[in-house]
Design a protein around this ligand. Structure first.
Ligand code: FAD
Length: 428
């Protein structure tokens, strides 16, 4: 689908000092930081748009995100502070969720029990048992005795981690900061696209070759164009980097092992237009217990509109893919789950105008990179430049804000500061 906003991009400089691959959050953060330091830069983007995994589209006159939607970690997310300074229309995400048990709203005691179970799990995963460097499966930190609420707690944490908690390192949890979240009135993708206004970005430039021999970088693209510079920042998602571009000379073994050791996080939106939804209020998550089939995630009445997100996790997406369902099969599945929960009369006016498929997109191949148990040093390992000329950046390098736009933007800026310092000191 087409982005709702396309920024005004500027032509690439003839002889840039730095090349950046990718115009997602990390590439935009890096380019802005380099420009602010007076370093000339050129950004090469494979798609015909900027923003990467943040994309806002217009549906029935509303701005809806098909990728990132939440500005997580308000106190440390650089895009929250920047958004405030730019006068972006931020609104705080509510803390409380709807709680449903089977087909009815939860009673007060059930709402309290649900909240207690999540609070106990959060404490166990982010404090107490979890020490820095604890690289066990995160599932092992879940406290016993969560009762009937335990499976829902594990499902929600697995959803927002991108994989079931047995497959996620506990090491990432102590520094995650999910409180104080925000939304943007006209979408996260639009905000990022506005941040690309005036940047030198060339679209439809898929980089296929990276030659970093001899203390310089030379890039080749699918259409045969070549580019040269003194330094390179690579923001290609880890899931894509596994299979390309080709590096000459090959990357050092430790760097290759760090890249290849990430696993693929899966999280997809089905965008619902659902005037008769039983949920009231705006922007609240719904926790649904006590039924065999429930949505892994449900964000209700986005900004007070009839739009909702049904969130698919890895298990649900994998089962639908294995059944060869395709996007229409996802629509049928979502409708069936909601009809089963709330009754057929409730879903009569439900339509599903969009379903994301980031896992099948060649430029993302998933939603974000996950550190499996035993792979905790990978993020830090990729902070080291390769050969003094190649830096990596992107969501996968952030431990504090992993898998997020804010983390990607911060990592792009971090790499850019390191590159600018190296260039100005004459060592790159
Ligand atoms: C459905 C979904 C929901 C999400 N929800 C949230 C959320 O609510 N909040 C949040 O903070 N995060 C969320 N995320 C995660 C967030 O979108 C990503 O962490 C973030 O956008 C990653 O930014 P990035 O710059 O690291 O990578 P990307 O955005 O993927 O940017 C990398 C760019 O590199 C380009 N590229 C790839 N290969 C090449 C090549 N060979 N040559 C040239 N260019 C290339 C790609 O086209 C892309 O534009 C979500 C993700 C998904 C999929």
């Amino acid at each position: 689908m087409q982005p709702a906003y396309r920024p005004r991009l500027t032509p690439l400089p003839e002889a840039p000092e730095v090349l950046i691959i990718g115009a997602g959050a990390a590439g935009i953060g890096a380019a802005r930081t380099l420009q602010a330091r007076g370093v000339s830069v050129a950004v090469l983007e494979a798609r015909d748009r900027v923003g990467g995994r943040a994309l806002t589209v217009a549906l029935r006159g509303h701005a809806l995100d098909l990728g990132a939607h939440w500005l997580h970690a308000g106190p440390i997310n650089p895009l929250v502070a920047l958004g405030r300074a730019r006068g972006e229309r931020l609104r705080r995400a509510p803390q409380e969720s709807h709680v449903w048990v089977g087909r009815r709203p939860g009673r007060a005691d059930e709402v309290r029990a649900n909240a207690r179970a999540f609070a106990r799990a959060d404490r166990a995963m982010t404090g107490g048992a979890a020490q820095p460097g604890d690289d066990r499966p995160a599932a092992r930190a879940l406290p016993p005795g969560l009762g009937p609420w335990g499976s829902r707690v594990a499902q929600v944490h697995g959803l927002v981690s991108g994989r079931p908690l047995e497959q996620v390192s506990l090491n990432d949890f102590p520094s995650m900061e999910y409180s104080d979240n925000f939304f943007l009135a006209d979408g996260y993708g639009n905000y990022l696209a506005r941040l690309a206004d005036g940047l030198p970005v060339a679209l439809a430039q898929a980089v296929t070759r990276i030659d970093w021999s001899g203390g310089r970088v030379r890039l080749g693209t699918a259409d045969g164009t070549s580019y040269r510079a003194r330094a390179l920042i690579v923001t290609i998602p880890m899931m894509v980097l596994r299979d390309g571009p080709a590096f000459t000379p090959p990357l050092p073994n430790a760097v290759r092992a760090a890249i290849d050791g990430f696993t693929t996080g899966i999280y997809e939106h089905a965008v619902l237009h659902w005037p008769s939804s039983p949920f009231r209020g705006r922007d609240r998550l719904a926790a649904i217990h006590g039924r065999r089939r429930t949505p892994p995630g449900l964000l209700t009445r986005i900004d007070g509109t009839p739009f909702h997100y049904y969130e698919l996790d890895l298990r649900e997406a994998a089962a639908l893919d294995a059944a060869g369902s395709g996007v229409d099969g996802v629509r049928r599945h979502v409708r069936a789950v909601l009809a089963d929960l709330f009754g057929h009369h409730r879903v009569r006016d439900l339509s599903i105008p969009a379903v994301s498929t980031w896992r099948h997109d060649p430029w993302s191949r998933g939603s974000w990179a996950v550190v499996p148990p035993g792979h905790a040093p990978a993020r830090q390992r990729l902070h080291e430049p390769v050969g003094g000329t190649v830096w990596f950046a992107g969501e996968a390098l952030s431990r504090e804000q992993w898998g997020t736009v804010g983390g990607a933007f911060a990592e792009g800026a971090r790499a850019a500061v390191a590159v600018a310092t190296r260039i100005r000191s004459g060592t790159a």
